[in-house]
Design a protein around this ligand. Structure first.
Ligand code: NAP
Length: 285
């Protein structure tokens, strides 16, 4: 199983629990020290498996492509891909690719890694996408996906989480259709409001507010990881695709998240930004 964002929070718990269930974990991380700690925990969780760490900053297109290519070369059979790394940024930051950072990390990394690893995902494999109920209230301005006209940290974060659901549904449609359909499923989830490191690096008032409210109502990372583990491993969801889950149950996202025309529009734009070389095909169109 390949997972992003396993150095912390719900991704770390999910990776360890899945390793305990027998999975061999390949994880993508940017912080060497935290990644080494996750590696040690994964080895302890499943001494027989050989967990593999790939270092990459998933806010950069070149890094997304490099790490996906390295994993694709090393892992011919991937059962489950879990797109989970994400963050919220208080002040607008632009990456070396000219992309707004939240959009790059929370949406483009999911898009690029999924598309590049897809040929290696086994028949009836699973793709799991950590979205959020923060998408409720968000809508997309396709003329300003890089938030150049105005930036609010939580607003932009919420829009990327809306993109996660639109992306999952567009992906599920592609995986279901056509003669090459291989039974691969794609589902998104909301983990709940979880006391993780999320928000600690956001900065500004936003980061402060999250820090204040976390002790008031947030659930543990152990509880927050449950739906990821369920979607990655439960026989209950074999064959279920294109759904949005909360507490291990399918739930209905917003009207905006069900707008498949928007999903297709986002897919085309993302494809243009991703600019994957032809040798990284088969490319879902
Ligand atoms: N916590 C919540 O209440 C909540 C609610 C709904 C949805 N979510 C979603 O859950 C997912 C996981 O968040 P979490 O709550 O577990 O937060 P977290 O503890 O902050 O974990 C985030 C993970 O993403 C990684 N990451 C961040 N930026 C990265 C980058 N540029 N390149 C590679 N990896 C990067 C982090 O790595 P580092 O160790 O290097 O920082 C960490 O492993 C996110 O997608 C978030 O949107 C969380």
């Amino acid at each position: 199983m390949v997972i992003t964002g396993a150095t912390s929070g719900i991704g770390e718990v999910a990776a360890i629990r899945l390793a305990e269930l027998g999975a061999r974990i390949i994880h993508i991380a940017r912080d060497e020290k935290r990644a080494a700690a996750t590696q040690a925990a994964l080895k302890k969780a499943n001494p027989a498996a050989n967990p593999v760490l790939h270092l990459a900053d998933l806010s950069l297109l070149s890094e997304m492509r490099r790490v996906a290519r390295a994993i694709a070369a090393a892992e011919p059979k991937i059962d489950v891909l879990i797109n989970n790394a994400g963050a919220m940024v208080n002040k607008r930051q632009v990456t070396a690719d000219g992309l707004e950072k939240t959009f790059a990390l929370n949406h483009m990394a999911y898009f690029v890694i999924t598309n590049m690893l897809l040929p290696n995902i086994v028949d009836h494999g699973r793709i799991v996408v950590t979205a959020s109920n923060a998408h409720r209230g968000a809508s997309l301005d396709f003329d300003d996906l890089q938030s150049e006209r105005g930036y609010r940290g939580f607003g932009v974060y919420s829009e990327t989480k809306l993109m996660n659901i639109l992306f999952t549904r567009a992906l599920a449609r592609r995986l279901e259709s056509g003669s090459g359909a291989r039974g691969i499923t794609a589902n998104a989830l909301h983990p709940g409001f979880v006391a993780t490191r999320f928000g600690d690096q956001s900065g500004g008032v936003l980061g402060g507010v999250i820090k204040l409210i976390k002790p008031l109502g947030a659930i543990s990372p152990e509880a927050g990881a449950k739906t990821i583990i369920y979607l990655a491993s439960s026989p209950d969801v074999a064959g279920v695709s294109g759904q949005y889950f909360f507490e291990c149950n399918p739930t209905t996202p917003t009207h905006e998240a069900l707008n498949d025309d928007d999903g297709e529009r986002l897919w085309k734009i993302s494809e243009g930004i991703a600019e994957l070389p032809a040798d990284d095909s088969p490319w879902l169109v």
